[in-house]
Design a protein around this ligand. Structure first.
Ligand code: PLP
Length: 389
């Protein structure tokens, strides 16, 4: 057995999900509850009936890769050869970490609070790791100066997610420009930026920075899991400069051969229909409803600019204890914020993918439990003061 795997903890998010009851309100879930549009499947089925369901090339179907490159039209990633189709963006993250960093000489910097998988993969693969935990409440949640300062002499890859899971904060164009200009001016071997863009289609602000627009050493990862409610399709992609693609595709071939061919066909139909943002209006309405409900609860929250999460402050150091009490006593699943980084200790990540009345009810129950906790703490501190006096 590989002891490195045993040393890395499993997913607390999945564990809490596993403990939910049929009656539970699920604010922990990180996947859409919307149903996907079946037309893409019907078209892909008709195509498959005619052409079969063979392996594709390792890198993936050429037409799909060309459609992805053309759709985003990033200046340095504009060709089919810049795109590899993967089994979800999670495989794409794995390939980037595994391929771009020499674990004997280099390290990876993960910008937190963040989706825990980046850190887990680095730990499991023995890739030296730096972590920068930023204050998601700050005016600029992605502090360019702090990020630049945290990049060490051995750092080959910086990983960040914008729009962010868990906070929904978005990196601005100015911050992207500032980081890019500085990194390009440094000279020496390039520092790659792994920009996880899985929530790219779900944004609610105008100032949205994308590294691939300006920085030639960007590796972008994305998928259809969130934008088109297709997490089970396991269809994602990685976009990267051409010179690193052969190694990435070699690794991808060893790990999975190729992404599912039927899934690739479904994806091609979605790109052909220009339907990447087909659910944005629904999430925009959800977010508006959630924010107005939150204002009434008086819970402190981090204003989400994208994705489908909102972090709420419950104000205890034992965030897991609070999440467990929430499940046991109020029948609500939510994720302790410190799973994503220490700065979210005392916060819960809640998602607003379910029916709005249910989400609002769940948030009201969070607020009620917080009031109860606050009252208990206040009573205990009065008792302590009386005993001391
Ligand atoms: C930030 C982020 N990146 C990557 C993933 C992996 O998604 P998938 O492999 O389904 O594309 C998720 C899933 O929740 C996520 O939230």
């Amino acid at each position: 057995m590989n002891p490195a795997i045993a040393a890395v903890s499993g997913s607390l998010i999945r564990e809490l999900h596993g403990r939910r009851r049929p009656t539970s309100i699920n604010l922990g879930i990180g996947e859409p509850t919307l149903l996907p549009d079946a037309r893409y499947f019907e078209r892909a089925t008709a195509w498959t009936a005619k052409h079969g369901c063979r392996y594709s090339t390792n890198i993936g179907d050429h037409d799909l890769r060309a459609a992805i490159a053309a759709h985003y039209a990033y200046p340095h990633l504009a060709h089919a050869d810049n795109v590899c189709i993967t089994c979800g963006s999670q495989e794409a993250v794995y390939l980037a970490l595994r391929t771009l960093v020499d674990p004997a000489r280099e390290d990876v910097l993960v910008i937190e609070p963040a989706f825990p998988v980046y850190v887990k993969i680095a730990q499991a693969e023995g890739i030296p790791l730096r972590r920068l935990d930023l204050d998601a409440r700050a005016a600029d949640a992605f502090d360019a100066e702090a990020i630049l300062e945290a990049i060490g002499p051995r750092t080959r890859l910086v990983v960040l997610c914008s729009p962010s899971n868990p906070t929904g904060r978005v990196i601005s164009r100015g911050t992207v420009a500032r980081i890019s200009v500085e990194l390009l001016a440094r000279g020496g071997p390039p520092v790659y930026i792994l920009h996880d863009q899985i929530y790219r289609e779900l944004v609610y602000v105008d100032d949205v920075g994308e590294f691939a627009d300006v920085y030639p050493y960007t590796v972008g990862v994305n998928s259809l899991s969130k934008s088109n409610a297709l997490p089970g399709l396991r269809l994602g992609w990685l976009s990267a400069p051409k010179d690193v693609m052969p190694s990435i595709v070699k690794m991808h071939g060893w790990v999975t051969s190729c992404a599912g061919t039927f899934a690739q066909r479904v994806a091609l139909e979605i790109f052909a229909a220009k339907a990447l943002d087909e659910h944005r209006a629904w999430y925009t309405a959800q977010r508006a409803g959630v924010l107005s409900a939150l204002r009434e609860t008086a819970l402190e929250f981090i204003q989400p600019q994208g994705a489908f999460y909102v972090c709420v402050r419950v104000g205890t150091d034992d965030t897991l204890g609070f999440a467990e009490a929430l499940l046991e006593q109020r029948d609500v699943v939510a994720i302790p914020g410190d799973v994503f980084g220490p700065s979210l200790k005392g916060w819960l990540r809640t998602s607003y993918v379910g029916p709005l009345p249910e989400v609002v009810e769940g948030l009201q129950r969070v607020a009620a439990l917080k009031r109860e906790h606050d009252a208990t703490l206040a009573r205990r501190s009065t008792e302590r003061a009386q005993t001391a006096g």
